[in-house]
Design a protein around this ligand. Structure first.
Ligand code: DC
Length: 233
């Protein structure tokens, strides 16, 4: 550590569901004294309001995306949606499944991509910003200096999620069902026409199958600080 981190840079973190991306991004943002932009939460918000307002068309999803206003809640390192803390409302199975579907629509992606660029650039004026998603290094911020693609063996990803649910006391979910649902989401996210989940050519691939969360965060932080000293910051 030691080296002082300057503001004004963006770290893009992409990868499939359950690879440890969210936890790693959160901790890295803390480590860098920066902000976290959780773009998945933005797609989840569109899905949440679509369920709430009984919307099921592409036009309707795009309209919801245009009506949402996002802000940062530094206390929880999370995003405020129309001034509201969303918490676990964005994490239900129903919202997760619909988020993957709404994120395939061009209108929704265009609106949220513009929004993400604006937020990321504005926040980066005062602090480092860790942007987490599926298309950050390829589409949203293709020219940033720091790009990571966080992945893990599908079985390891399912096992981690299973343990997490067990710890939370969730009953009736099997490891097999999680594995199937992850594979379904991965397939949907990677095969969609607009901005599919893809590793950017210049991203560093971090396979977390055999690494602890702390090891991953340390690796990323050292990489960033090392690169900064190379350019003489
Ligand atoms: O990261 P997450 O599980 O919270 O993301 C929710 C959904 O949104 C997921 O199915 C993929 C999609 N998503 C996306 O298409 N592009 C992003 N930049 C972030 C998430």
């Amino acid at each position: 550590m030691g080296k002082k981190i300057k503001s004004g840079f963006i770290v893009a973190i992409d990868g499939p569901a359950g690879a440890g991306k969210s936890t790693v991004s959160r901790l890295l943002a803390l480590e860098l004294n920066g902000r976290l932009l959780d773009t998945g939460a933005m797609y989840r918000s569109v899905a949440y309001f679509a369920v709430k307002e009984n919307v099921s068309t592409a036009k309707g999803f795009s309209k919801i995306a245009r009506q949402l206003n996002f802000d940062y809640d530094s206390k929880n390192q999370s995003i405020l949606v129309n001034g509201q803390e969303m918490g676990n409302r964005l994490r239900t199975q129903q919202v997760s499944a619909l988020a993957s579907k709404v994120s395939a629509f061009k209108g929704v992606r265009q609106t949220l991509t513009l929004c993400q660029r604006k937020l990321g650039k504005t926040w980066a004026k005062t602090a480092p910003v860790v942007v987490e998603g599926r298309d950050i290094g390829t589409v949203v911020f293709p020219r940033v200096d720091y790009k990571f693609f966080v992945t893990a063996d599908p079985k390891v990803r399912a096992e981690r999620r299973y343990q997490q649910l067990k710890k939370q006391g969730t009953k009736g979910v099997s490891l097999q069902a999680i594995l199937r649902s992850n594979m379904e989401r991965d397939k949907q996210d990677s095969s969609r026409k607009h901005a599919p989940l893809k590793c950017a050519e210049d991203a560093i691939v971090v396979d977390t199958s055999k690494m602890s969360i702390n090891q991953v965060v340390q690796f990323m932080s050292e990489h960033i600080r090392g690169r900064m000293s190379l350019v003489g910051d």
